[in-house]
Design a protein around this ligand. Structure first.
Ligand code: E4P
Length: 218
């Protein structure tokens, strides 16, 4: 399973990329706003740090402007994945950009019908938002299972399932069990994956015993 990180904070991206766990990056207009930086500058910089797909989202809502924005974002680097919302204009933009050979991530997906349309439009990635579904008392993981089942029924549907709106490690484990291709994780969730209280307790005990020996490896 691939891990993308869901942030536009370049310092965080550099730090986590050095662990070898980062296969790509996702951003959205809210994350760019949080970074306080110009979208073109920050996406170009992220693309230099991470060789995998870096999602950059269009902000227009009509087809012509979305396509112009998408082409401009795609020119920043070969690893840009243009993110478009799951609207008819977004799907049309997805088809046009995909036909040009540009990776497209169709975002704001909340149903398997939407995911089917995105795949037919040639999306490289579909982003179902599991956390936002959980927030309205609908199990986000049911959507991942349904999309997986549908895509697996048809060889021609090669779109990767990119689980988004991930809030905690359980979302990551459940996504992996269901065979999702990618999960995009806030940095805090990626870090939390390594945590276990028994690891901490075990290490404390080993170090305490080691200290009693008076030895040093170096
Ligand atoms: C990433 O592609 C999505 O925009 C992001 O995961 C949304 O997360 P949120 O629901 O926590 O804002």
């Amino acid at each position: 399973m691939k891990f993308f990180i869901d942030t536009a904070d370049v310092r965080e991206i550099k730090d986590l990329a050095s662990t070898g766990m980062v296969d790509g990056v996702t951003t959205n207009p809210s994350l760019i706003a949080k970074s306080g930086r110009n979208i073109l500058d920050v996406i170009a910089e992220i693309c230099e740090v991470v060789p995998g797909p870096v999602s950059a989202e269009v902000t227009a809502t009509d087809f012509d402007t979305m396509l112009t924005e998408g082409r401009k974002l795609a020119k920043l680097a070969t690893n840009v994945a243009v993110k478009v919302p799951l609207t008819w204009a977004g799907l049309k933009t997805c088809k046009a950009l995909s036909d040009d050979g540009v990776m497209v991530n169709v975002t704001l997906c909340f149903s398997s019908a939407q995911a089917l349309l995105a795949a037919k439009a040639g999306a490289a990635f579909i982003s179902p938002f599991v956390g936002r579904l959980d927030d309205i008392a609908t199990d986000g993981m049911d959507l991942i299972a349904e999309i997986r089942q549908i895509y697996d029924n048809y060889e021609a549907l090669t779109t990767e399932i990119l689980v988004a709106s991930v809030r905690h490690p359980r979302h990551v484990i459940d996504s992996a069990k269901l065979g999702a291709d990618v999960a995009t994780l806030p940095p805090s969730v990626l870090r939390a994956l390594a945590n276990h209280p028994l690891t901490d307790r075990g290490l404390d005990a080993f170090l305490a015993d080691w200290a009693k020996t008076g030895q040093s490896i170096l």
